[in-house]
Design a protein around this ligand. Structure first.
Ligand code: ZN
Ligand code: ZN
Length: 334
């Protein structure tokens, strides 16, 4: 019997889950962002301005949905110039449309770019404010837990830009997902395609998803990395339910059409690509290559109990990747 790892029913919706507007330090208005993303075939956009969460329902239409969210940051408290300090950024996206209250906020701090001018638009979660953020495993895990407990989808952003390494990011708990690719950082010159960080996190025991985002601040950093969300319809809760349950994959180009298990074998079908790579929690792996001048659109892999998890990467002729979430063997072989 087939076990579908992406839902068989439903439709794929292209989404950018990390984006900045003029409300913080972006150069485009929310409306300009909508128009640009719609023109690129996106259906879902989370405008996650720095420390200012403003719903953008007015931009929603039959084919376009905005998700409500914001990005929080906390910097390492050391005596060093800013470019040398480690930093941790996370996006919080409301799982319920009515959840419009920012958590872990302080009325005097944590305003970035133009956010101070729009302070009156902020609805604060009084139970968690005023909040003093602390850098480090404990402080950041607490922020992630508060976000999760208060009904947000919590993502860990751009570890490379943040100068964070294994010691820092494996100490962060309660995130739902991490950015396997942050396109805005790639455009700026950072090595921000992070498959190794995702494997580090998974091998450290985290059961998290991976997302691709633009983290765009202007016009030249849009449409480079995204997620394809499979949901029954383009309604707020249907889309966030799909996020919560991992019904999506990350991409910079290739498409994943279907992904399933059958008789201990993992199968995937994709748009035409050069390679399909299976990565596991232990020292098993498989790279299927199309060969010179050829392309392939499917791959299979035998899953065994010792693998811990399995995830798949499809790589196209331009070197662009699509990444599935990790699936855990205890789930896959049950
Ligand atoms: Zn950031
Ligand atoms: Zn950002």
């Amino acid at each position: 019997m087939k076990k579908f790892l992406l839902p068989r029913e439903g439709q794929f919706y292209k989404a950018n889950l990390h984006c900045h507007s003029v409300l913080s330090d972006g150069t485009l208005t929310p409306e300009e962002l909508k128009n640009a993303y719609k023109a690129m075939g996106y259906s879902v956009l989370a405008i996650t301005d720095h420390d200012i969460m403003v719903p953008h329902e007015e931009l929603n239409d039959d084919n376009f949905l905005t998700l409500t969210g914001y990005e929080m940051e906390v910097n390492e408290q050391i005596d060093a110039p800013w470019p040398s300090k480690k930093s941790c950024h996370m996006c919080l996206i409301s799982l319920e449309e009515y959840n419009k209250k920012q958590v872990c906020w302080h009325p005097e701090w944590y305003l970035f770019g133009h956010a101070a001018e729009h302070k009156d638009k902020i609805q604060v979660d009084e139970e968690t404010a005023p909040y003093i953020r602390r850098y480090g495993g404990e402080g950041i895990s607490e922020m992630m837990k508060i976000g999760r407990d208060k009904g947000f989808f919590v993502t860990y952003n751009h570890p490379t830009w943040s100068l964070e390494n294994y010691e820092q990011y494996t100490a962060y708990h309660h995130m739902h997902a991490m950015e396997i690719c942050n396109w805005g950082c790639v455009v700026e010159g950072y090595q921000e395609y992070n498959p190794r960080v995702y494997d580090d996190m998974l091998r450290a025991g985290k059961r998290i998803y991976c997302i691709g985002t633009d983290d765009n601040h202007g016009g030249g950093d849009m449409g480079g990395a995204w997620v394809m969300i499979k949901a029954p319809c383009l309604q707020y809760r249907a889309v966030t339910y799909a996020l919560q349950n991992g019904h999506f994959y990350a991409s910079q180009g290739p498409e994943i059409k279907a992904w399933w298990m059958e008789n201990g074998q993992m199968h995937i079908t994709t748009s035409p690509v050069k390679e399909i790579v299976f990565t596991c929690g232990n020292r098993h792996a498989l790279r299927i290559c199309a060969g010179e001048g050829k392309e392939l659109q499917e791959g299979s892999f035998t899953v065994t109990e010792d693998m811990g998890y399995v995830r798949v990467t499809a790589v196209d002729a331009q070197g662009k990747c699509a990444d599935t979430n990790a699936c855990f063997v205890d789930d896959l072989l049950k």
